[in-house]
Write a protein that binds this ligand. Structure first.
Ligand code: IPE
Ligand code: IPE
Ligand code: MG
Length: 256
């Protein structure tokens, strides 16, 4: 096993930090889990194995987020633009969705994690759609970590949907146009009721949002570690959380 780890170039596992190690923790973390393709290429493996290894990172990161008592974690798993990839790659990702929920749902439910799927579920094949609906329903009353899994997610699609919902309310006389506020919009996003993203992490060194939580990231702190997602460890996560703690957030004001 250690040999395999060495081959895959994984770092020595540093012990995870506990809550007390942090001066300040974000209430909501967003993660763009990027770099699976490059990781697979580096290891001369097919891209599906890169995604599979990425799920291993995800498991640990979810667990640690829960241990630290962070309220919300949003993970970008599949974008509205990712349908443009080859049928083979999309198929491998669809298969991974089924496997992820089959292996994780019991533990997540047991840990009181509430799963929300951010994105339109109707476009998924029936088995995936049912799996996603079942995971949301099963964990709907859980009161611990909110795990926002962004699947077929695009921020523009989410905002367009919110605009449509508002238009419907206005047309039906449930809402006056002059009563539309920022809250009217945020209440109609998939993340309704959750705090904005405090910390956004994108692995693999790419420095863009790629249509991820545009509204919710309005005042987020950004970190772009160069490590590829399948190599991202709890120690890297702790490093990002510590860096977040050192950031000075002004929200347009002036600190005294
Ligand atoms: C991110 O890894 C995972 C998904 C988009 C599903 P990529 O597959 O985008 O990895 P790179 O960017 O090609 O390395
Ligand atoms: C964003 O990564 C989507 C996910 C991580 C799921 P991409 O790899 O698809 O984004 P671009 O194409 O590099 O912007
Ligand atoms: Mg990518």
């Amino acid at each position: 096993m250690d040999i395999i780890k060495d081959l895959f170039g994984q770092k020595e596992k540093a012990p995870a930090l506990t809550k007390d190690a942090f001066e300040k923790l974000p209430r909501h973390v967003g993660i763009i889990m990027d770099g699976n393709g490059r990781w697979a290429k580096q290891h001369k493996l097919g891209v599906a194995l890169g995604h599979r290894q990425g799920v291993e990172s995800l498991r640990e990161i979810i667990r640690h987020t829960d241990d630290l008592g962070i309220g919300s974690l949003s993970i970008y798993a599949f974008s509205t633009e990712n349908w443009n990839r080859s049928p083979e790659e999309v198929g491998a990702l669809m298969q991974l969705i089924l496997e992820f929920f089959a292996s994780e749902i019991d533990e997540l439910d047991e840990k009181n994690v509430r799963i929300l799927i951010l994105g339109e579920k109707d476009v998924f094949p029936p088995r995936q759609r049912e799996t996603l609906i079942r995971a949301e329903e099963r964990t709907a009353d859980n009161t611990g970590l909110i795990l926002n899994i962004c699947l077929n997610y695009g921020s523009r699609a989410e905002l367009t949907r919110a605009a449509r919902l508002i238009a419907e309310d206005v047309a039906a006389g449930r809402l006056n146009a002059d009563e539309v506020t920022e809250k009217t919009i945020s209440d109609r996003l998939y993340t309704a009721g959750q705090p904005d993203v405090d910390l956004m992490i994108r692995t693999s060194g790419e420095m863009r949002l790629s249509n991820f939580l545009l509204w919710q990231c309005a005042y987020a702190e950004f970190l772009f570690p160069t490590v590829l997602w399948p190599d991202f460890t709890v120690a890297d996560y702790d490093e990002a959380l510590l860096a977040y703690g050192g950031r000075e957030r002004r929200f347009g004001g002036r600190l005294k």
